[in-house]
Design a protein around this ligand. Structure first.
Ligand SMILES: *Cc1c(COP(=O)(O)O)cnc(C)c1O
Length: 348
């Protein structure tokens, strides 16, 4: 979901942005109007996450999936090696891609338990000479979330935060790089944000295409070529909305409450279950299965009637998945819980 207020504002401004006589879609990315939109969005994101001055914020394209390649292309060359944790479908993809560019040490894996937990940080096998340590703090498909971070010492921690960024406050300086595709918790698809510590810029392999080099984007303020202007603008409106809502501390409180009540509803009814270790359960993505998978289609059809959509689990795991990102109001979670209870009472 995107916040309704954001879409309404975009609708009002669609044909004529602030009296400019242009839609944001029609602006030159080098014109003063768009430069203002772009820099306000960056500043609001910096404020929300308290991003320190020695980090660049890059507005990129290609999704988080392109970061799976861009990251090693820029950084793995330092020692030729990187540590990756393997905690779900997205880490696995990141690992597969990184292997094209260097040696990958899988420093922790929960694959043997079906990706239903995060390996205890004390048991991680960090190689000590990795160029960076890569983690996926929220595994979107499995609904598995890190309870904290491993201690990687001086080695930069890189996090794919596609499905958890802006869900709560974080300490940016714990990370070397944070990246996220926009379409989960930031704005519409087409934009990818990378928050990169400055000393990690400028180390790309010679063979790295210019457009995949963090340095190119950093030097050009993310305007080395035409950026995804409309997605950038909408992301900026979402950042303003988050500030108006009280920022990330307020978001964290609402998100935690939303998730807790949904898990309580699942755990409290033996018609439903969630396989994830309790202290690794995601606030953002809540997968659950019905006791009888033959009722899945009926559950989904009834949910749609009740205005509850996009509940089908990822094709790789089946069952259901409720993604309850920032823009999902608590009332939406309440409606889902009511529907689940009614359905179980009728069919259980
Ligand atoms: C959705 C997602 C991706 C893939 O994002 P794209 O922007 O579609 O490439 C990668 N990592 C995580 C954690 C995701 O949730």
């Amino acid at each position: 979901m995107l916040p309704t207020e954001v879409m309404q504002l975009a609708q009002q401004e669609m044909l004529d942005w602030h009296g400019s006589g242009m839609s944001v879609m029609e602006m030159s990315h080098r014109g003063k109007e768009f430069i203002e939109i772009a820099s306000n969005a960056e500043q609001d994101l910096r404020d929300l996450l308290s991003i320190p001055d020695n980090y660049k914020v890059l507005f990129l394209q290609g999704g988080a999936s392109l970061q799976f390649a861009m990251l090693p292309l820029n950084l793995i060359g330092k020692t030729g090696k990187a540590d990756y944790s393997n905690t779900g479908a997205w880490s696995k993809k990141a690992i597969t891609e990184a292997k094209r560019y260097g040696e990958v040490n899988v420093c922790a894996s929960s694959e043997a338990d079906g990706f239903n937990s995060v390996p205890d940080f004390n048991d991680w096998n960090l190689s000590g000479d990795a160029s960076y340590v890569h983690v996926t703090p929220n595994e979107t498909i499995g609904g598995v979330e890190f309870p904290g971070l491993p201690d990687s010492g001086e080695i930069p921690l890189v996090a794919d935060m596609s499905s958890t960024i802006l869900s709560r406050p974080i300490n940016v300086s714990d990370y070397g790089i944070i990246y996220a595709g926009a379409q989960k918790n930031i704005g519409p698809a087409g934009l990818t944000i990378a928050i990169v510590r400055e000393d990690l810029i400028g180390h790309a392999a010679d063979s790295c295409p210019a457009m995949l080099n963090y340095e190119t984007h950093s030097k050009a303020d993310s305007m080395a070529n035409t950026p995804p202007t409309y997605s950038w603008y909408l992301a900026g409106l979402v950042f303003k909305w988050l500030k108006d809502k009280g920022g990330l501390q307020a978001m964290a409180e609402t998100n935690q409450r939303k998730a807790s009540k949904l898990y309580a509803a699942i755990d409290g009814n033996d018609f439903y279950s969630n396989p994830v270790a309790v202290n690794n359960r995601s606030w953002m993505n809540v997968p659950f299965i019905l006791k009888n998978a033959e009722l899945d289609a009926e559950f989904l059809a009834g949910a749609k009637q009740a205005g509850l959509v996009t509940l089908k689990g990822h094709r790789s795991v089946g069952g259901m998945r409720a993604s309850i990102y920032n823009a999902m109001p608590e009332a939406g979670v309440d409606a889902l819980i009511n529907y689940m209870n009614d359905f179980a009472a009728k069919k259980g």
